[in-house]
Design a protein around this ligand. Structure first.
Ligand code: HSE
Length: 321
């Protein structure tokens, strides 16, 4: 990604600017469609916000993705507009965004923009709103991106760690503790639009599949809380969504099989894809998994990026406070 200029040293708190890093997130966590997600340490977007005299929201792009700057069409803009609706005084925000998380990659690019914007704006407002309020505002960005308000990227981006979204109407977010986990992500350079990946899903499921799925969700949550890696591995199974969506992702079955043979606990589609993620107990295994991912996509001559990272317990991070 070519930056228009180096943003790292642009602002200090003296400028009245709040700077944040908003991390990528992995939604669904295989079996928990729309209800589980976790934040990772890398990649992340850089964002800078300050008050302006002009009421409303002004968006400045510092990257080369050419995302819309009209606030209603920009995911971060939509999130800030939702926040402004609950602020009685006339306020103007100027938000500068330098994206490193490629839009359409399946690792929560839109959520990072929306969540980063409202967390940073809230700091300008002396933390007037609760985290739950911020999730509510940021979900308006997801509506712009995918047509649906879902929180399984937004909530972990704001809370950090692994989160369970027991309900979105009303919002009921449960942060979960988890053992140390290494995350290997491969992003094949194809685009899968979340709206498309949702539109192909079946609206009805068989009871026997639902039973298997909720057994896995409960097993995964228990495995995380009890730090039981074997239970986590057994529970990373999705009988509802993955069979439908995986056909959109070249090499999916092979990557999954080779990653497990390399020692991964398990994994699957990251969010709505096309990225694939695998969880491992240690860094050496996570790197071995990365090699398997490279080998599959090299054999398919498919451009791709990989990340070996860990779960991010902080979520959106202030970098100049
Ligand atoms: N839960 C959402 C989906 C996440 O799978 O459609 C999208 O990133």
């Amino acid at each position: 990604m070519k930056l228009l200029f180096n943003t790292n040293f642009l602002y200090s708190p003296m400028d009245g600017v709040v700077a944040v890093h908003a991390p990528a997130t992995v939604a669904n966590m295989v079996c928990g469609f729309d209800v589980l997600g976790f934040a990772v340490k890398e990649p992340y977007d850089e964002m800078y916000i300050r008050f302006t005299d002009k009421p409303g929201v002004t968006i400045i792009n510092l990257d080369a993705y050419n995302l819309p700057t009209e606030p209603e069409l920009n995911v971060a803009g939509a999130a800030l507009l939702a926040m402004l609706e609950e602020i009685p005084e006339p306020i103007g925000f100027e938000l500068s965004i330098c994206k490193h998380i490629k839009p359409g990659s399946g690792v929560g690019s839109s959520a990072a923009s929306s969540a980063g914007a409202v967390v940073a704006a809230n700091r300008l407002l002396n933390d007037r709103f609760s985290k739950q309020d911020l999730v509510r505002f940021a979900m308006n960005g997801e509506k712009v991106a995918s047509g649906v308000k879902h929180a399984d990227n937004i909530a972990p981006c704001i809370y950090g760690g692994v989160t369970l979204i027991r309900s979105i109407f009303p919002l009921d977010i449960v942060p979960l503790t988890a053992p140390e986990l290494y995350v290997t992500i491969v992003h094949p350079q194809i685009e899968v639009r979340t709206a498309d990946a949702r539109s192909i899903l079946k609206q009805q499921v068989l009871l026997k599949d639902a039973i298997r799925q909720w057994g896995n969700i409960a097993g995964l949550v228990a495995g995380l809380l009890q730090k039981d890696y074997a239970l986590i591995g057994r529970s990373l199974e999705d009988v509802l969504i993955e069979p439908v969506r995986s056909i959109l992702i070249p090499g999916f079955d092979q990557i999954k099989q080779l990653s497990k043979e390399a020692g991964a606990l398990g994994g699957g589609i990251s969010g709505s894809g096309p990225s694939i993620f695998m969880l491992s107990k240690d860094e050496a295994t996570a790197k071995a998994v990365e090699q398997q991912m490279h080998s599959v996509y090299e054999s398919l001559s498919l451009d791709h990026h990989t990340y070996v990272t860990t779960i991010n317990d902080t979520g959106v991070r202030f970098v100049n406070q």
